[in-house]
Design a protein around this ligand. Structure first.
Ligand code: ADP
Ligand code: MG
Length: 410
C-alpha cells in the first residue's frame, strides 16, 4: 500500500466535526419521534459509532447529516455550517455514504463506480483516473479489477469498492450504515481491520452505525449507545463504556462478558510476556534442563539459528543427550505483537494450548503468551485502568504492511 499521496489528499485538516443540536425527526404519519432531541458532537477525524437495538433511530440520526432524511426541528452542523444551509445534492457529494447493501451501480465497471462523484464534480479525465488508481491501491484491490463489473466481485470486494467510492472526492465526513453487516464473519473482520488501517491514514470524521456492540467497541474512538427515540444512553470511549456503564440499559447492552471485551481493547504487545528457555538443535540437553529451573515457561522452545521458533520440547525430548531436530510438540498458535488480545485468546483456546509463541515482524521469538497471563491481567487493576483502545493506536509499520498483504489475498 502506498501512503504518500493518499495521506496528503486526506489530511485531518479536511475532516469536519459533526454536531447534533437538539435534532429531532418525526416521520409523516407517525406520532412518535424517531429521533428525539439528539445532541451529540463527533470530533473531527474520529470514528463515532452509533449502536443500539433495531429501530432505535440510528439510521435516521445518520441520514439527518446528508439530508436524505430532513430534520423536523433542531439542527445538525457539519463543521461550522448548518446542513439546512447546504443544498442536499451538494451535501451528498461532500459526504461519503456507505450502506450495507453496497449500492454499486451494476452496469458500471468498478472504476466507473469509484469515479462517480469526481466525475459529477467535473474533474478532468486524467485526475479521475489517477484518483481511481489511488483508491484501488488504498483499499488493496488489484488494479485489474477496475474493468470488472460489481457482479464479478465477492461481497467483501464489493464492500471495499463501496468504501472507495465514498472516499473518492475526499469527503469531510463519512457516513457508514452497517457497512459490513451483510458480510461473512471472516471477511467482516478483515474489512474492519482494513478500514481501521485506512482511517489511520485518511483521518475522516466517521459516523458508523451498527447494532453489534463488539463491532462498536472495535471500531469506535467513541460510542453513542442509543435507546428507542434516538436517546443517547451513554456517549463514551470504549474503555469507559466497559469500565463504567452509565446505567442498567448500557450494562445489559454491553453484555455480561465485559471482562472479555476488555481484551478487545488491547494488543498482545501491551502485555508483559513470559520468556521461555530457548534450545537449539544439537545443543546438549543438560544445558537446556538447567535453564528450566525457575523459568516462567516450564517447557523449552526449540528455535533455529535466527531465533525463529520451531516447536516445544517435551521432557522426553530432553532424555536424549542432544536436543533433537524434531520436537515432540508442534509449535501451536503463533501470535504477533499487533494481534488483538481477544483474538489471541481465541487462538489459544482453539489450539487447546496453554502457551503461544509471540514473534516479531521477522519471525523471531519475542516472548510467550499464556492463558495464565491473560487471566492474571483480567483480575489486575491495570485491566481497569487501561484507557486507550488498541485499535485507536496505529499499528507498527511492519505489522500494517503484513495486514495489507493479507487483505489482498481474498
Ligand atoms: P435503526 O436504524 O436504529 O434500526 P431507524 O432510524 O431505521 O432505526 O428507525 C427509527 C424509527 O423510525 C423506527 O420506529 C422506524 O420504524 C421508523 N422509521 C424509519 N424510517 C421510516 C420512514 N421512512 N417512515 C416512517 N417511519 C420510519
Ligand atoms: Mg438502521
Amino acid at each position: 500500500m502506498s501512503t504518500g499521496e493518499v495521506t496528503d489528499a486526506g489530511s485531518a485538516a479536511d475532516a469536519s466535526a459533526v454536531r447534533y443540536e437538539n435534532a429531532s425527526k418525526r416521520y409523516p404519519g407517525s406520532d412518535a419521534l424517531a429521533v428525539d432531541g439528539l445532541s451529540l458532537t463527533v470530533p473531527a477525524g474520529e470514528i463515532c459509532v452509533l449502536v443500539g437495538p433495531s429501530g432505535c433511530g440510528k439510521t435516521t440520526a445518520m441520514r439527518l447529516v446528508n439530508r436524505t432524511v430532513e430534520l423536523t426541528s433542531g439542527d445538525v452542523l457539519v463543521g461550522e455550517r448548518s446542513v439546512r444551509d447546504i443544498e442536499p445534492a451538494h451535501l451528498r457529494r461532500e459526504i461519503g455514504y456507505v450502506i450495507q447493501e453496497v449500492g454499486l451501480f451494476p452496469h458500471r465497471t468498478i472504476a466507473q463506480n469509484i469515479g462517480t462523484v469526481p466525475q459529477l464534480l467535473g474533474w478532468d479525465r486524467r485526475r479521475v483516473a489517477a484518483r481511481i488508481a489511488e483508491l484501488l491501491d488504498l483499499i488493496g484491490l488489484d488494479p485489474a479489477l477496475g474493468d470488472r463489473y460489481p457482479g464479478q466481485l465477492s461481497g467483501g470486494q464489493q464492500q471495499r469498492v463501496g468504501v472507495a467510492r465514498a472516499l473518492a472526492a475526499d469527503p469531510s465526513v463519512m457516513l457508514m450504515d452497517e457497512p459490513f453487516g451483510a458480510i461473512d464473519p471472516i471477511s467482516r473482520e478483515r474489512l474492519q481491520n482494513e478500514f481501521l488501517r485506512l482511517q489511520a491514514e485518511v483521518k475522516k470524521t466517521v459516523l458508523f452505525v451498527t447494532h453489534d456492540i463488539d463491532e462498536a467497541i472495535k471500531m469506535g474512538d467513541r460510542i453513542a449507545i442509543m435507546r428507542v427515540g434516538g436517546h443517547v444512553a451513554q456517549f463514551a470511549t470504549p474503555a469507559e463504556l466497559l469500565m463504567s456503564p452509565a446505567d442498567e440499559f448500557v450494562e445489559d447492552f454491553v453484555g455480561a462478558d465485559r471482562a472479555l471485551k476488555r481484551l478487545a481493547l488491547l494488543r498482545v504487545s501491551d502485555i508483559d510476556l513470559w520468556e521461555a528457555p530457548l534450545a537449539h538443535v544439537g545443543q546438549a540437553s543438560a544445558e537446556v534442563r538447567a535453564k528450566l529451573d525457575g523459568a516462567e515457561v516450564p517447557y523449552p522452545l526449540l528455535v533455529d539459528g535466527e531465533r525463529r521458533p520451531i516447536g516445544w520440547l517435551s521432557h522426553r525430548d530432553l532424555d536424549s543427550e542432544y536436543v533433537p531436530a524434531q520436537p515432540d510438540s508442534p509449535l501451536g498458535p503463533v501470535l504477533e505483537g499487533d494481534d488483538i488480545m481477544r483474538d489471541a485468546l481465541a487462538d489459544l483456546l482453539q489450539g487447546q494450548s496453554q502457551y503461544a509463541a509471540v514473534i516479531d515482524s521477522r519471525g523471531r521469538i519475542a516472548g510467550v503468551l499464556s492463558i495464565e497471563i491473560i487471566s492474571d491481567f483480567l483480575g489486575s487493576p491495570a485491566a481497569e485502568m487501561d484507557e486507550h483502545s488498541a485499535t485507536e493506536r496505529p499499528r507498527s509499520a511492519e505489522g500494517a504492511s503484513e495486514v495489507s498483504r493479507d487483505g489482498e489475498r481474498e
